[in-house]
Design a protein around this ligand. Structure first.
Ligand code: GDP
Length: 197
């Protein structure tokens, strides 16, 4: 898949106001600081399509980007930052729940996980929630340049172990690094394949 065009469409705090078009949609989500903006910029070969935010938790919006005029890339807010209040966590949950409940255009979600860390409850819970709601997802491990190949393998194995306690199969996953441009073609080829179906 070659990215010929990537345009910002709109930011929303209300799922009902998201684009009405029926174009297939791919959502990117993960903990704040996981490298989501960097990954989106890598995938689209744009330096600052997604804004890397210095203030985690301030970008609580659903951002739609139109790619090659035929699919939407959706940048969802990051979860799991410590500095927000309980009530804004609740608002966030409601907002995300509504997004996944209402967006019939969603083909699959990509859950971003920092490869450096051991499996974290917040990510596992989120994937569990997606599974329970029948929302297809893949995992994108980020920042692979930070670890040696053996360590990457070990960390993926750790994830497999915990995920296979509740899932029959390991979800589809990708290993990426935005700073070294690793995994870009794999993710884009996957999206391309899904778009063809
Ligand atoms: P977001 O909050 O999830 O959108 O994360 P950002 O894309 O803003 O990245 C958070 C931090 O991680 C920034 O300091 C990035 O430079 C760094 N980062 C993002 N991707 C990578 C990567 O692939 N490798 C390394 N080494 N650092 C990364």
């Amino acid at each position: 898949l070659k990215i010929k065009s990537a345009e910002f469409v709109m930011s929303n705090s209300d799922v009902a106001k998201c684009p009405k078009s029926r174009l297939p949609e791919y959502a990117f989500i993960g903990r704040s600081n996981v490298g989501k903006s960097s990954l989106i910029n890598m995938l689209t070969s744009r330096k600052s399509l997604a804004k890397t935010s210095g203030r985690p938790g301030k970008t609580q919006l659903i951002n739609h980007f139109l790619i090659n005029k035929n699919w939407h890339l959706v940048d969802l807010p990051g979860y799991g930052y410590a500095r927000v209040s309980k009530s804004s966590k609740k608002t966030f949950q409601k907002f995300i729940t509504q997004y996944f409940a209402l967006r019939e255009q969603l083909v699959t979600a990509f859950v971003l996980i920092d490869i450096r860390h051991k499996p974290q409850a917040i990510d596992l819970e989120f994937m569990q929630w997606l599974g329970e709601h029948g929302i297809p997802f893949s995992i994108i491990f980020t920042k692979a340049d930070k670890l040696k190949p053996k360590a990457i393998e070990n960390h993926v194995e750790d994830y497999k172990k915990v995920l296979l306690e509740t899932w029959e199969d390991m979800p589809n996953y990708f290993i990426t690094s935005s700073s070294k441009a690793i995994g870009k073609d794999d993710v884009l080829a996957y999206i391309d394949k899904l778009n063809e179906n």
